[in-house]
Design a protein. Structure first.
Length: 337
């Protein structure tokens, strides 16, 4: 049975340790990924690669939803069925990225604002008809000693809330993604302060616009040290600080929090999620919405070679199941062998 109401859809996606496969790379981003394995980014190669993921054995076991790019939602699989139907056949739900990327907040500014509100209602109407059950919108927040500005946070969180309302009016669950970027030399403490501030303002804006929180999912960053900081917080520190931050800013009625991996290694993304679920003591489901951290091993294994499709599916399935175990607090490094 496909869930129908916003609340049923949101809960379905994160049930039993399931998470989300983020396969919504823009044409430019997937071209970069393919370049790393020396594969041309043609429409057929993109279809073949994503179909390989969607037909992997672990889809039914570990993946509750798949975020798609516009092209993929409309694309047909090798057998003539739509890729979105392939996803549904595996008990997972198709979703769609609806933002249209970022631009400078102000001319010459280092800060960004996400675009895509113009015409969003009409796009969402069409996506609903095409069978998308949920949507995603990403805001980008850069951190330094004097960034982000209050204006950057407020304008981005207001856009996220506006988007969430439009998605819900079109029968789709909104995933709100306020990403505090890990690039930079900031400390884990600075990341904690900024993430907390961003989330408090986000939920204030969602509340103001009467967005149904029970039919919404949050896709935040974890609280980590900046990539260029000489001190990198340990797995346990990241878990403790992230839980502390979420408990002080996220309402209990939110059904699920699905983290982005944000450039972490495959193993770190899994270990951090597991450590948080081992701490416990929260009402929401804590799961994953990973792109690269779910796909990297499969991408390298496939490398454009059709004879390696099955091996690539096994690589993807392994990572998906490891993250499902982490979402239940049952992962251990020994399982990686």
């Amino acid at each position: 049975m496909i869930p129908k109401t916003l609340e049923e859809i949101a809960n379905y996606i994160v049930r039993d340790g399931k998470g989300i496969l983020a396969a919504d790379e823009s044409t430019g981003t997937i071209e970069k990924r393919f370049k790393s394995i020396d594969v041309e980014s043609t429409e057929d190669n993109r279809r073949k690669y994503r179909e390989m993921l969607f037909r992997s054995p672990a889809m039914a076991e570990a993946i509750g939803g798949v975020i798609l790019f516009d092209e993929t939602l409309r694309q047909k699989a090798s057998d003539g069925n739509y890729l979105r139907e392939v996803i549904l056949d595996h008990g997972s739900l198709p979703g769609i990225k609806v933002d249209q990327g970022v631009k400078e907040l102000e001319s010459g500014s280092n800060e960004k604002i996400t675009t895509g509100l113009d015409g969003l209602h009409e796009r969402c109407q069409e996506y609903d008809k095409l069978g998308a059950k949920f949507t995603k919108w990403r805001a980008v927040i850069h951190v330094s000693d004097d960034l982000p500005s209050d204006k950057c946070i407020r304008e981005n969180m207001n856009a996220l809330a506006e988007y969430a309302l439009i998605a819900q009016q079109n029968n789709m669950v909104p995933i709100v993604e306020p990403e505090v970027i890990m690039d930079g030399s900031h400390s884990v403490e600075r990341c904690h302060v900024v993430t907390n501030q961003v989330l408090l303002i986000l939920f204030e804006m969602l509340d103001k616009k009467n967005v149904n929180i029970k039919g919404t999912l949050l896709k935040p960053n974890m609280v980590v040290s900046g990539t260029e900081n000489s001190y990198q917080a340990t797995i346990q520190e990241v878990a403790n600080k992230t839980i502390q931050c979420l408990k002080s800013s996220v309402p209990d009625e939110l059904p699920g929090i699905v983290f982005l991996s944000g450039g972490q290694s495959d193993l770190d993304a899994t270990a951090h999620l597991d450590a948080m679920n081992k701490i416990g003591g929260f009402k929401w489901k804590l799961s994953f919405s990973y792109g690269r951290a779910l796909q990297q091993a499969a991408l390298k294994t496939w490398a454009g070679n059709d004879s390696k499709l099955e091996a690539a599916q096994m690589a993807f399935s392994h990572r998906a199941i490891m993250n499902m175990k982490a979402a239940e607090g049952q992962w251990d490094k020994s399982l990686e062998n």
